[in-house]
Every structure is written in C-alpha cells, then in structure tokens.
Design a binder for this molecule. Sequence first.
Ligand code: KG4
Ligand code: ZN
Length: 347
Amino acid sequence: MKILGIDTSCDDTCIAVLEIRNSKLEILSNIVSSQVKLHAKYGGVYPSLAKREHIKNLPLVFKKATKGVSVKNIELIGVTVGPGLEPCLWQGVNFAKDLAERLKKPLISVNHIEGHILVNFIDKFKISNLKSQIFPAICLVVSGGHTQLVLMKDIGKYKLIGETRDDAAGECFDKIARILGLGYPGGPVIAAEAAKFQVSSSKFQIKLPRPMMSQKNYDFSFSGLKTAVLYLVKQLTINNEQLTINQKREICAESQQAIIDILIFKTLKVAKNFKVKSIILGGGVAANSELRKQFGEKIKKEIPNTKYLIPDAKYCTDNGVMIAIAAYFNQKNNNWEKIEVNANLRI
Ligand code: KG4
Ligand code: ZN
C-alpha cells in the first residue's frame, strides 16, 4: 500500500510517499520545501507570504515526491487540516482534494499534532503486539506553535493534560534568537551557539527563570523567559555597548537549558504521577540534541523502566511522512467531501 502525506500547516511545503509491503514500511520520498530564507527577515512566519509560496511550491514538491512512483498506485492520501495557519492549511487541503478526486482515492484528514506523535511509530506500525509495552504513554509535543502534554492510552485515544498558557517552546527559541539578532528559526541557531559557549572566558554568570516549575499543574509558560532575556540584554547594552559573542553564547546556553529543564521536569512529573510505560516526544523542538540527550539521561536515572520514543531529528520538524503515517492509522476518517480546515483543531 502506497500512502501520500501532505502538510502545509506553517511555512514548509511537505509531501512524502511511503509504502507498506510485506509488513515492512519504506519511505519512498520525503520532500520539504522550506521558506525559511523568505521569512527570516520578518523574524517569524508571515502568513500571506507563506500561502503564496505554498501555491507555487505544491505542484513542484508533488512532482519531486512522486518521481519514480506510479501516481495511480497511491492508495491513500493524508492531509493536515489543523492546527496551523488557516490560509496555509487551505492550500494543502485543496491540493489534496483535487488529487483524491482525480485519482479516485480516499482522502484522510490528519491532525498535525497527532502526526508529530505517530511519526514515532514508523518502525512500529504493526503495533498490536507492542501495545501493552507502550501504553499508557505521555507525549510531549513541542513545536513552534504548541507545547502540549498528551496522555495516550492507545493510537487515537488522547487526553490533553497540560499545555502552554502563552508562548510555545519553539516560539520562545525563535523570539530569543530575534532579540539576540540571530535570525529565524531560532531553535537550531540557539543550539549551535550554545554548543560553542566557553564557560572559562565568560565574565558573568547569568541565571534565567524557569517559569511554573514549582506549580502543581502540568501547564507551561515561556513568555516570562523571553522577557527576562529582553531585560538582560537591555541591561547589558545600557550604554550602547554591543553584546560580545561569548555573552550571546552564554545567553543561548542558559536559555536552552532553562527550556530543557522545564520540559523535562514537567514531563517526568506526569510520567511518575500517571505511571506511564513510555515517554514519547515530537515536534520541531524535539530535534534539539541537548534536549534529546538530557531527556534520555533523566529517564534512565529516575524512571529506568520507562521507554523513551523519539523520532529521528529529520522527522521532528514538519514533514509529510508524519502525515502519511497518521493517515494510515486513521483510515476510517475517509470523509473527503466534508473535509474542512480548522486552524485551532485540538487533539
Ligand atoms: O514542528 P515544527 O517544524 O513546526 C511547527 O509545527 O511549529 O517546529 C518548528 C519549531 C521552531 O520554533 C524552531 O525554532 C524549532 O521548532 N526547532 C528547534 C530545533 N529545530 C527546530 N528548537 C530547538 N532546537 C532545534 N534543534
Ligand atoms: Zn509541526
């Protein structure tokens, strides 16, 4: 069975094709056309520009993704219907509708957040005999638009138990990068600068807040962290001085660590309280190598019998594979005549 997945929820135009044959899943293509350079000058995504680029890119990305694949053999099409930027979502949905109509194949509506979770099951798509080892699980979805803790009892059975009250973790990386003049997207550049920070050459030791760590709930808040960085930078440049490169790197290292500390602390708290069997990560921020490493170490130390599922870094950021796999698990949602975009879709 060949499945095509489409995602245009934000600034990337993503199409992938995967094939499930003889109990094996193979990724035939995974094309992501990034608009990063276009949006960089705005320090974030500019929706009407992103929409225009999706219109232009979709046919080109489709052609690349289906090179060497007989299109008429595609049996299932999945498309993100939300959450995301409404004008962008519609481009993917309209493209997918036309395709499904032309090929006379089922079209499955996919929740982007579920895609970020289910991409962890690429190598476990025959999940039936693994269920008792994996569920219940706690999923931490950390992207540019979302920071959510989702209790997962099975594939398709989710309960949102915590989320950010203001900025998402990825948004926090992006805003701090903008304050430091490091460009967009912030996550990868902050991670790279943090890795170069040399403790010995620093004249000051900064300490940033870890908002909501001590509160009993499972929610997050990241806007205070961004504001703390803003004030710190103002204070350090009060006499029109420029930040030194090592000062910038120290701020990157401490900001990244603050975000990591909060994410790990809250997730482990839920994992312990709900006695879950696994911790599942997803979303662009899960590509962060320090986060991946420290999460693994903490789980091993504090709850060693808990499984730790995390996608390959290339499947953490938005991609079509996650939508195709989610379509595979949601084949019953074949409702393409009624398919609608919902920018605020919840899990
Ligand atoms: O999941 P994603 O590709 O798109 C959304 O659904 O939002 O996530 C994008 C977010 C951006 O905020 C970006 O800065 C962040 O993921 N990100 C990272 C890394 N790579 C991407 N954050 C931290 N470290 C990274 N290596
Ligand atoms: Zn995403």
